[in-house]
Design a protein around this ligand. Structure first.
Ligand SMILES: O=C(O)c1cc(C(=O)O)c2c(n1)C(=O)C(=O)c1cc(C(=O)O)[nH]c1-2
Length: 254
């Protein structure tokens, strides 16, 4: 992927002469993008309101599985591009969280358990048959970004996780009442992510504030990168929603 979706860094040259925002103001600027987080997407709003059918919730779990598979590959791309051993020592944990190690089956396995809890059999999930093309494109764009861009930018692109604990908590709190047919053990993935996402964010945010805090132009670049990643998640939700809509186009022949 080229990064045409991101503003050209040269566009921020005007910002080069400006003093960097303070650390607190830079953090507030990043956190201010919560309004673009997929928790506000119509599909996720319907999910939180308990208005999805069984087939629609299954469709989300099956499509989102493609994102789950991509995360450790994205993190491996960051490791491959990063010459800093201290960063790699921290970052490698993210791969272990998803792939598991030793007795810990890991997050991908927990997502498979979620799929089984909503009534999708393992083989069906693993076949990726239910993954729609636009969901693949959105997720692949994220992995490609991490492969091709400087590792510092890929680190910043993980910062949508700033907003993730809230959406995980929402599912833990609301699904048992809204979707009582989902087996409760399926929610283990979200419980685990609550603490993992907070730890990831402590590290990724501190790094981003330091590295991109060096100049105003870099700070603007970090904001653009966060927007790109917010768009990836929004586009993924668009793809899933569209897949589940029955659209009637006026004048279309049956
Ligand atoms: O369920 C969600 O809404 C959600 C969102 C995000 C996110 O904001 O990027 C992640 C996750 N879940 C998640 O489970 C996860 O492991 C994860 C890793 C990353 C990342 O960018 O490295 N984001 C997310």
């Amino acid at each position: 992927m080229d990064t045409a979706t991101l503003a050209d860094p040269a566009l921020h040259q005007g910002a080069a002469s400006e003093a960097p925002l303070s650390r607190a103001a830079f953090e507030a600027r990043l956190r201010g993008h919560e309004s673009r987080y997929h928790i506000h997407h119509p599909f996720h709003r319907l999910m939180a309101e308990g208005r999805l059918s069984r087939a629609q919730l299954q469709g989300w779990v099956a499509n989102r599985f493609y994102y789950q598979l991509a995360i450790p590959r994205k993190d491996a791309a960051i490791l491959a591009n990063c010459p800093d051993r201290e960063i790699r020592r921290e970052w490698v944990q993210r791969i272990l969280d998803h792939d598991g190690r030793g007795d810990d089956p890991g997050g991908i396995e927990a997502w498979i358990a979620l799929a089984e809890a909503v009534g999708i059999v393992r083989e069906e999930l693993l076949s990726l048959r239910r993954v729609v093309p636009a969901a693949r494109f959105a997720v692949d764009a994220y992995v490609e970004f991490a492969r091709r861009q400087p590792w510092q930018e890929a680190v910043a692109s993980s910062l949508t996780e700033l907003f993730a604990p809230h959406i995980h908590q929402q599912r833990i709190d609301l699904w048992p009442a809204h979707y009582p047919w989902v087996k409760p053990e399926g929610l283990a993935y979200f419980r685990k992510r609550l603490q993992q996402a907070r730890r990831d964010v402590d590290h990724g945010l501190a790094f981003t504030l330091d590295y991109f805090g060096q100049s105003r132009a870099l700070q603007e670049r970090a904001v653009d990168i966060l927007r790109f990643k917010l768009d990836v998640l929004w586009a993924l939700a668009d793809a899933i929603l569209l897949d589940q809509c029955e659209i009637e186009i006026k004048g279309a022949k049956a």
